[in-house]
Design a protein around this ligand. Structure first.
Ligand SMILES: Cc1ncc(C[n+]2csc(CCOP(=O)(O)OP(=O)(O)O)c2C)c(N)n1
Ligand SMILES: CC(=O)[C@@H](O)[C@H](O)COP(=O)(O)O
Ligand SMILES: [Mg+2]
Length: 645
């Protein structure tokens, strides 16, 4: 993919690393920022990726690398989806064409990718904790470096951010926290913090009186200290200390996060102050590209598009995604049962709850980026007889593991967890893979786990989950399923039951009992399994439930075959295949079992179909693994097929 034509970005072309930026005349920073913004738009429109948040951090990124001696001074970007300007200014401009592609640039900061990426992020609200660690490490080692956390207003709503503020506020170290306040999460922001930040922004007097950036204080520290003391005094008299000052930070702002004339002197002042500093900058998500400014939600993470015409509506003909199937099921079930409430931790669009919010606004809860709270909040709702459905990405449920055990499972509360993005997600890479939910859920008493293989099963298993009086997770992958027609009903599939989808020995010739191979599929790997089974004359069972296993089906299949293969789009270790091994062991059935699934390593970003093939989880890979593990059985099975043919 060719990158943007170099001639249109002459200044950007001259920046190989931030030291080049710091050598630029001050007056060239604004034209550089303009080129940088245009390059981000052009590049992301060609590759897809996160856009509106990146357009909003252009000036802030230029100012940070201009004022701070990066990479010796550490920048920790929260979530990190807004770091394309940072990557471009730190020697990765040419590689932006490979963004989120196999072997290409990650969409998030990665320590292995660059020394300028001080900390790997992608799950939100970790930046202040990490930066505090770096600041205290510098102090302990006697190193003169700064640590800066850049955190968005959305990420600021997570408890972990306040845990870090609470600790940092009493830590004698040189930490700067920059709140990038664009008054947006992915969706419009929610919660009291957002309301508070709006008050801060509306306090014009406070901002004007304090606008340190504009009054470019050239003073030597004593004068600045004097001004600071006056300001402390004045604040106490005129304006109640901000929340952040109550946490022990020196709060500056709000200032315009797109105005280099504000940003640079303010950052220069703050860089030279000791103790915990908090800078509140106000930016516009999507800044500089009208369509993204007008609709930062749609342009949060767009695919490829033509900036001249903007995003085009998806063609209606395309098969529904699992997310859409869930969203429709949620509305249908809510219409049937008034006890249903829908909860999302700040992922309304991604989890498919836009329609549900419109139709059932009083039963819809966006709790902000607060997965721990979301789960225990659901437990509270369930205690009072409501039927909560928590729509949450598999990877983000990891953040609420104790709440899952302690507040939901231990009390055996009927909460449904609709786990979207199960398995490999592709472009977002290892940080977002839903690879571990079967292992980490299966060991929790009272929990059940359903693995739909297609869109219809997704509906049926969601209804089955909803009908239970204990916690159930239903896991399904990102994107479209098998493209089967979705039936409108809400009938629940049988709880804990799977079914044989293909019996061996087809073609009229009965197979000897106890011979041949059986494939036990958990979820969408059923489809490549069916393809392989045709060639191997194997039986295929759609197990549907990782917990409880359909023991009757399993023991029957084990008795009828001489070898078993388990397939799951999740970690092999502790996964559904392990459950099969445990069950056979408990029944003293000794049959060879080949477990296929994700390996014990993190899988990088890339095209999800290619990534699954690389793990040997496409039909060719599955067949190859079976051939290698059971060569004699395969040979025998294929010979038998020839007889039948
Ligand atoms: C723990 C966690 N939950 C949810 C997400 C999904 N997510 C990514 S960006 C985002 C919104 C972040 O808002 P903000 O911090 O204000 O950044 P902005 O996009 O406005 O620049 C969310 C919810 C995540 N990355 N991590
Ligand atoms: C940065 C972040 O965590 C989200 O924007 C995430 O990338 C969304 O993932 P989907 O694109 O799968 O909804
Ligand atoms: Mg924001």
């Amino acid at each position: 993919m060719p990158t943007a034509h170099p001639s249109s970005y002459p200044l950007l072309q001259s920046i190989g690393e931030p030291a080049d930026l710091r050598r630029l005349p001050r007056g060239e920073l604004k034209p550089l920022a303009d080129e940088l913004r245009n390059f981000v738009l052009e590049s992301v429109s060609r590759t897809g990726g996160h856009l509106s948040s990146n357009l909003g951090t252009v000036e802030l990124t230029v100012a940070l690398h201009y004022v701070f001696n990066t990479p010796e001074d550490r920048l920790v970007w929260d979530v990190g989806h807004q770091t394309y300007p940072h990557k471009i200014l730190t020697g990765r401009r040419e590689r932006m064409a490979t963004l989120r592609q196999l072997g290409g640039l990650s969409g998030f900061p990665m320590r292995a990718e660059s020394p300028f990426d001080a900390f790997g992020t992608a799950h939100s609200s970790t930046s202040i904790s990490a930066a505090l660690g770096m600041a205290l490490a510098a102090k302990q080692k006697g190193e003169d470096r700064r640590a800066v956390a850049i955190i968005g207003d959305g990420a600021m709503s997570a408890g972990m951010a306040f845990e870090a503020l609470n600790n940092a506020g009493v830590s004698d170290c040189n930490l700067l926290v920059i709140l990038n306040d664009n008054d947006m999460s992915i969706s419009p922001p929610v919660g009291a913090l957002n309301r508070y930040l709006a008050q801060l922004m509306s306090g014009h007097f406070y901002a004007a009186a304090k606008n340190v950036g504009k009054q470019v204080l050239k003073a030597a520290p004593p004068l600045f200290e004097l001004a600071k003391r006056f300001e402390q005094h004045a604040k106490g008299m005129v304006v109640p200390a901000t929340l952040f000052e109550q946490f022990g930070f020196n709060y500056i702002g709000p200032i315009d996060g797109h105005d280099l004339d504000s940003l640079i002197p303010t950052l220069e002042n703050l860089r030279d102050l000791t103790g915990p500093q908090f800078l509140h900058v106000v930016t516009k998500k999507g800044r500089g590209y009208g369509r993204a400014e007008a609709d930062p939600v749609s342009y949060h993470g767009p695919g490829k598009f033509d900036p001249a015409v903007g995003l085009q509506k998806a063609t209606a003909a395309s098969a529904p995604t699992f997310t859409q199937v869930f969203g429709q099921w949620l509305c249908d079930m809510a219409a049937q049962d008034t006890r249903l409430v829908g909860i999302t931790p700040a992922m309304r669009e991604g989890s498919g709850l836009v329609e549900f919010e419109k139709r059932f606004p009083r039963r819809y809860y966006d709790v902000g980026i607060a997965e721990q709270h979301a789960v225990t909040f659901a437990a509270g709702l369930a205690c009072e007889g409501l039927k909560p459905v928590v729509a949450i990405y598999s990877t983000f449920l990891q953040r609420a593991y104790d709440q899952l055990i302690h507040d939901v499972a231990l009390q055996n509360l009927p909460v449904v967890f609709a786990l979207d993005r199960a398995g490999l997600v592709g472009a977002d890479g290892a940080t977002h893979a839903g690879a571990y939910d079967i292992p980490f859920l299966r060991c929790i008493p009272n929990m059940s786990i359903a693995c739909p293989s297609d869109e219809n099963q997704c509906r049926g298993l969601l209804s089955a989950a909803y009908a239970q009086n204990h916690p159930v997770a239903v896991r399904y992958p990102r994107g479209a399923g098998a493209g089967v027609a979705v039936q409108p009903g809400l009938e629940a599939l049988p709880f804990g039951k799977g079914e044989i989808r293909r019996a061996a020995g087809l073609g009229g010739k009965p197979r000897e009992p106890g011979k041949g191979i059986a494939l036990l599929a958990f979820g969408t790997l059923l489809h490549p399994a069916l393809a392989v089974a045709e060639k191997l004359g194997a039986t295929v069972a759609d197990m549907r439930w990782a917990k409880p296993l359909d023991l009757e089906l399993l023991l029957q299949v084990a008795a009828d075959h001489e070898a078993l293969v388990t397939l799951e789009d999740g970690a092999v270790m502790g996964g559904a295949g392990s459950a099969v091994l445990e069950a056979l062991q408990a029944a003293a059935i000794l049959k060879p079992v080949l477990q296929l699934g994700l390996p014990d390593r993190f899988i990088e970003h890339g095209d999800p179909v290619k990534l699954m093939a690389m793990q040997g989880l496409d039909a060719a890979g599955i067949e190859k693994s079976i051939q290698e593990r059971f060569p004699a059985l395969v040979e025998k099975a294929q010979a038998a097929l020839k007889l039948v043919a």
